[in-house]
Design a protein around this ligand. Sequence first.
Ligand code: SOE
Length: 389
Amino acid sequence: MTGKLDLGVGMVGYAFMGAVHSQAWRTVGHVFDLPVEVRMAAIGGRDPVAVKAAADRHGWSAAETDWRTLIARDDVQIVDICTPGDTHASIAIEALRAGKHVICEKPLANTVSEASAMAEAAAEAATRGVRSMVAFNYRRVPALAYARSLVKAGRIGTLRHVRAAYQQDWLVDPSAPLTWRMQKERAGSGALGDIAAHIVDAAQFVVGDVLSGVSGLTETFVRSRPLSGGSGLSAAVGGSGVGEVTVDDAAVFFGRFVGGGIATFEATRFATGRKNAMQLEIYGSDGGIRFDFERMNELLFFDGSQPAEEAGYRRVLVTEPEHPYLGAWWPPGHPLGYEHTFTHEFRDFLVAVAEDADPSPSFADGLQVQKVLAAVSLSAESGSGWVVV
Ligand code: SOE
């Protein structure tokens, strides 16, 4: 016995995100010196054979086929939601009511009204010491957390521009099957909710401001796809013939921050050859920052206070123990990867729970991102241009 608060996790979902989250739950208590003990109590999913296999593979002590049973377990104090968006609200709200802390994958929900109900439930639960967080993992890329600290310290001056892009190409092939991510009733939206949500959150996080309005355009390039085939992230929904794609394949939009800076965003599953290219560029009156997830251990920083002949984008290798999260990992120059962002996210969540504080980003933050996404959709669908968030 360590005398530390003992927290059992019950995770719902076991596909790609479930596997990534499992890896982070397995790791977090070994890497960081936490004020709590974490146990991987149970994993939930509807298919009994598949969920049992996932439990064995990823190190969960038990498997449940009903998320309500999972939430009700006495050995579960944290509910981790890794399911498609259409189930987030019901699972999260029930868990919060039951007094379980909740961490929920992004986007927070499929609609603003679901996200509002979740944020309301989270605010009420917080009065009982029950905590919640939306899982925008890119905030926990050390280079982006470091970028945030540079902006906060005034190193780029007044914000002028943000240029953000999230490009993937897994739908370029028109014969790629229809998955739940292409069904509005399950995913809410397409590239918009799945990946634009990340760059909206990351941009707002790094600059420390929120978007006040947007104007956007969405496109669905391939409107029907085979109902069978694929595997993993690309596993089809099932059936024969073809089914309708009811979400966007790509979204582009621009926006204005409350503080006056302006921004462009591009999210697409049709950027041929780009696999998971997430980029953020931030330009201020006194400096600039450029980040590319394909080189996630680096940040390019232009310090305008340097003499002109020496200034220029410097490549900062973000692997020093002084950089966010890095002190717990490897010696300088030994880089981290995608999975570590989730370990960092859980570390921050657990510390907040132990300190009886609200973790960030909160469900209210998730709701705010949802409002941005809804404003982009409204602008795109109505063709009416500017929409206030
Ligand atoms: C699929 O587009 C996906 O797995 C997203 O759902 C994740 O949030 C992103 O990090 C990687 O791509």
